[in-house]
Design a protein around this ligand. Structure first.
Ligand code: NAP
Length: 244
């Protein structure tokens, strides 16, 4: 059966690879992103997949509700949600403004809440659903200079576990992937700001390389599959062995 999937942050990095992978696996994919959603969807269509792009700010609850309604009308009930939209800010804790703290929490955590709440009624009606949140390995290791980010992603892990408990009886699984050290525009931006030494971190990574967005997409493809129906409330680390 062809499922409809929503991938937030699907125009770039990890979300982009997940959108491409789910489309290659046969899903009809709706990409929600601030910019570039149309272009990413067009590339999937050119490659033979089914995709559509919507410009959505996940921190804007009415916009998320409206976009999910559009997906339902145009592509059918969303049965898969992957929340990869996210922002990072780094710097000393004592310089962290309340506004920046609020912005990071609003996109990463509240945005995830908006998307989950908007799609769950469709999944309940379908009697089947798969939600994969993208958290961060920094939840396990901590990350100096990233207080707002790590706090927001810790909230995402907690939210994931609660939803798994509340919605398991409806055939809905909810899991989180905390990526670690994945080569994306976000990671390269952190490197450019001097907050990350890629060569040093590669040397510290047990598998001896930086991760690719496709590494995360492969784990996500399993979690949204039919056969993963008994896997819920789990934290599936994909980090080259950096966190065990
Ligand atoms: P990325 O390439 O920057 O992708 C993030 C995407 O989210 C971008 O397309 C961005 O749009 C979009 N976005 C940001 N704010 C949004 C909003 N309010 N509404 C809708 N879309 C929004 O970064 P990435 O590395 O692939 O990150 C994907 C996820 O993985 C993030 O949640 C990140 O925290 C997590 N993660 C990444 C790593 C890593 O090593 N890369 C490690 C741990 C966790 P614009 O580009 O238009 O701003």
């Amino acid at each position: 059966m062809t499922r409809t999937a929503i991938v937030t942050g699907g125009a770039s990095g990890i979300g982009g690879a997940i959108a491409r992978r789910l489309a290659a696996d046969g899903a009809t994919v709706a990409i929600f992103d601030l910019t570039g959603a149309d272009t990413a969807a067009a590339a999937i269509e050119e490659a033979g997949g089914k995709a559509t792009g919507l410009a959505v700010d996940v921190s804007d609850q009415p916009a998320v509700t409206e976009a999910v309604a559009e997906v339902r009308a145009r592509l059918g009930r969303p049965a898969i949600l992957v929340t990869s939209a996210g922002v990072t800010v780094d710097g000393p804790f004592l310089d962290l403004s309340a506004e920046t703290w609020e912005r990071v929490l609003t996109v990463n955590l509240t945005g995830t809440f908006h998307c989950c709440q908007a799609v769950l009624p469709d999944m309940i009606a379908e009697g089947w659903g798969r939600i994969v949140t993208i958290s961060s390995s920094s939840v396990h290791s901590g990350a100096a200079r990233m207080a707002a980010y790590v706090a927001s992603k810790s909230g995402v892990v907690g939210l994931t576990k609660v939803l798994a408990l509340e919605f398991g009886r409806h055939g809905i699984t909810v899991n989180t992937i905390p990526p670690g050290f994945i080569d994306t525009p976000m990671l390269r931006g952190t490197e450019e700001r001097g907050s990350l030494d890629v060569a040093l971190q590669t040397a510290k990574t047990p598998v001896g390389r930086i991760g690719t967005p496709e590494d995360i997409a492969a784990a996500c493809a399993f979690l949204v599959s039919e056969e993963a129906g008994y896997v819920t409330g789990q934290v599936l680390g994909v980090n080259g062995g950096r966190n065990t």
